[in-house]
Design a binder for this molecule. Structure first.
Ligand code: AKG
Ligand code: FE2
Length: 304
């Protein structure tokens, strides 16, 4: 941790001793700033079927139902937000069902081979999220009471080299969908956050809560971000790929429809090898060591 008081430094570079944050934020945007939309309806149809079956297997519904109508059938208790995830019905894929996990692997294989055209390591156990039209909890609120879930996954420890994948299994628009900020504004806001933690890389990559606190205290920054971070309307099966520096978030769903989605992170295999060597294989993401067999699947996408 950088213990030098930020006020004695005159430039960001002098605080960011390794230059790591500066360099990472200066890299060109992936996908022209993205999110890039890739229509994959045919490949995603099995995931929709498996998600409907999972809900029956776990007793959330009595029969496989259209996912967008779930809020009429799942109990109010199972729709409510929990501390770890959007709702009790939400889960991690690997623990959900073998069918769902197999459909996820098929999709990762296709994305690497047909969409990206290069091999990647991929998240072993990503979330299947059910975003029901119910009130959100009081945490992560702005002073005006609106939900302030904005973040970049970099602030959760994810690597700058990552590609974020967000896959809706239902149509989604407005507050039911993902909120995303244009790349330039995202970088501007992340630079402001980096300055607020003295360009300390350790504080930056664990900065999710500090980022929220900065937004609460800085009205101008919060105003700029809230105005720029807007819903991305999607059809089910439209994969959104985006640069991990894109600041994104979840709104309180006021649309009267259920949104179901899977979000998973991938890292190009060559970047992964370099990062693991740099971090000596010790870095953790969400409590898992950021290595194959830990946060990432043992196999690369081409090995599936
Ligand atoms: O699905 C959401 O509402 C949030 C997703 C997210 O934060 C992510 O994909 O990293
Ligand atoms: Fe995220």
């Amino acid at each position: 941790m950088n213990s030098r008081p930020a006020t004695t430094d005159t430039t960001a570079d002098s605080r960011d001793t390794s230059g790591k944050i500066q360099r990472a934020l200066a890299q060109p945007a992936l996908f022209d700033g993205g999110p890039r939309r890739v229509p994959l309806q045919q490949a995603v149809a099995p995931l929709r079927d498996e998600a409907a079956k999972y809900l029956v297997e776990r007793g959330f519904t009595s029969r496989p139902l259209p996912l967008e109508e779930l809020h009429h059938h799942v109990s109010a208790e199972d729709q409510a937000w929990t501390t770890e995830r959007l709702s009790r019905a939400s889960c991690e894929l690997a623990s959900a069902s073998p069918g769902l996990l197999a459909a996820y692997h098929d999709l990762v294989r296709l994305v690497a081979r047909e969409v990206l055209g290069f091999d990647v390591v991929f998240e072993r156990d990503p979330p299947l999220r059910f975003h029901f039209p119910v009130p959100a909890p009081q945490r992560f609120r702005a002073p005006d009471g609106s939900l302030l879930t904005h973040h970049s996954d970099i602030l959760l420890g994810d690597y700058f080299e990552q590609i974020n994948m967000w896959l809706p299994l239902t149509d989604a628009a407005g507050s039911a969908s993902l909120l995303a900020t244009p790349f330039e504004t995202s970088i501007e806001v992340l630079r402001a956050f980096a300055a607020s933690v003295g360009y300390d890389f350790g504080r930056f990559r664990t900065g999710r809560t500090a980022f929220y606190e900065l937004l609460v205290s800085d009205d101008a920054l919060r105003g700029k971000l809230s105005a720029a971070c807007l819903p991305v309307p999607v059809r089910w099966g439209d994969l959104l790929m985006f640069d991990p520096r894109v600041v994104h978030g979840t709104a309180e769903n006021r649309e009267g429809t259920t949104r179901v989605s899977i979000d998973f992170r991938v890292v190009p295999l060559d970047a992964y090898e370099r990062l693991v060597a740099e971090d000596a294989g010790k870095h953790t993401i969400e409590g898992h060591v950021a290595v194959r067999g830990g946060f990432y699947d043992e196999r690369s996408a081409f090995q599936l």
